[in-house]
Design a protein around this ligand. Structure first.
Ligand SMILES: [Zn+2]
Length: 397
């Protein structure tokens, strides 16, 4: 592929990787380390002579675990209400179970929940850099990459990712069905405690224990998730300096607090309200290992799947065909990412990503997500493919 673009070569990308992974290290959402990463990208793009660079500060909660902990807690309380609460306990239990299912459903679609505002005591930021087109800009291409890194989480993904969609469907479906049964008992004026009311709490108790255990885990280095994307975006900024796109301005959007529910992107959309018809969004996520794909279907449960915009899939396909040496394919992935927010808001978006031999995100939310496991060749191919897709978009009339 574009071997002539020196900026997208492995050595240059790995320089950014070393700063993000070793000099800075794990970057918890809304932490001083996340801010350090924001400082680094701001300094780097400014040093290229990009004049339009700004920071968007915002507040956020600091753990992805809260919604799911609350969801399991409500399920457990529902079981207790059904056992101890008599006739009214069935009504309370039913409502709590539906609430539990609702919170899980919202969390797995990355929709903000009301109570997250009350927990938003962390300070975070987006860094936004705009690189103009060579000629009159007809459109804006957004490149999105998040600055923060996640905790090690054994629930997310589970150690058997093959089963994770079924696992994550369970709290939604189970909460709905069991809640419906309790409400039917209330309707039928049943006041006693049945055997199944005792069993009801068991999965929630286990879930709560596992979710709380995940909260005790350290943050990962986040080499693949998502220093890889930040490096790709920085390298592309360098390449654009000497070779701007013809008719597309490019906005590099480095987001904060993606790992706790795409809070940075949510804040960006709220404040800037970018036009839907003239913007094209490429989300770069986990591109430093394995082989590369553009994701054709996302989601971590069967009830919360989402898809990229069909026009973006078409363009991604064309870019892959134009650069067969990169081996990029379209692929459904077990994934939760910023496309959830973008596609629900009606934006033309697609995610470029890596996958391992089993077809999953390599080292996702595990301490093994470290710099020494990054393949510089994959990283360079990801930068090349992102560039190819940008050119494909730029060619549109
Ligand atoms: Zn990520």
């Amino acid at each position: 592929m574009e071997k002539f673009l020196a900026e997208l070569q492995p050595e240059n990308l790995m320089e950014h990787m070393r700063v993000l992974c070793h000099n800075i290290g794990p970057r918890p959402s809304a932490s001083a380390k996340e801010k350090q990463a924001a400082d680094y990208v701001e300094k780097t793009v400014r040093s290229l002579g990009v004049s339009s660079v700004r920071r968007q500060p915002f507040k956020s909660h600091t753990s992805a675990g809260w919604p799911i902990i609350l969801s399991f807690l409500l399920g457990l309380l529902a079981s207790m209400a059904a056992i101890l609460g008599g006739w009214w306990g069935k009504l309370i239990g039913g409502v709590l179970l539906w609430g539990s299912a609702y919170i899980a459903w919202m969390a797995f679609r990355v929709r903000p929940l009301l109570f997250q505002k009350w927990l938003a005591w962390g300070k975070s930021q987006n860094v936004i850099a705009t690189i103009p087109a060579a000629h009159q800009a007809k459109r804006t291409i957004y490149l999105v990459g998040h600055l923060d890194s996640q905790k090690q989480r054994f629930l997310f993904p589970s150690s058997h990712p093959r089963w994770m969609k079924a696992d994550s469907t369970f709290p939604i479906l189970f909460g709905l069905l069991a809640g419906g049964l309790l409400l039917a008992e209330f309707w039928l004026r049943s006041a006693g405690a049945a055997w199944w009311h005792y069993l009801l709490g068991a999965p929630y108790l286990y879930g709560l224990w596992a979710a709380l255990y995940d909260e005790t885990q350290p943050h990962v280095e986040g080499a693949n998730d998502n220093a890889s994307a930040v490096s790709v975006l920085l390298a592309i900024a360098q390449a654009l300096k000497s070779r701007p796109l013809q008719n597309s301005e490019v906005v590099l959007l480095f987001t904060g607090c993606e790992e706790v529910g795409c809070v940075g992107l949510e804040n960006y959309l709220k404040e800037h309200r970018p036009a839907r018809n003239s913007t094209f969004w490429i989300d770069v996520e986990i591109v430093g290992q394995g082989r590369l794909c553009y994701i054709t279907r996302h989601g971590i449960s069967y009830l919360t799947e989402y898809e990229p915009h069909p026009y973006m899939v078409e363009l991604a396909e064309q870019a892959a065909r134009r650069h067969p040496d990169l081996g990029v394919i379209g692929k459904a992935m077990l994934s939760l990412d910023e496309i959830a927010t973008l596609s629900q808001a009606g934006y033309k978006s697609i995610c470029i990503s890596g996958y391992d031999d089993r077809g999953f995100w390599p080292n996702w939310h595990r301490l093994s997500d470290r710099l020494e496991n990054i393949d510089p060749g994959t990283l360079s191919h990801a930068a090349g493919y992102t560039w190819g897709l940008m050119e494909e978009i730029d060619r549109q009339g």
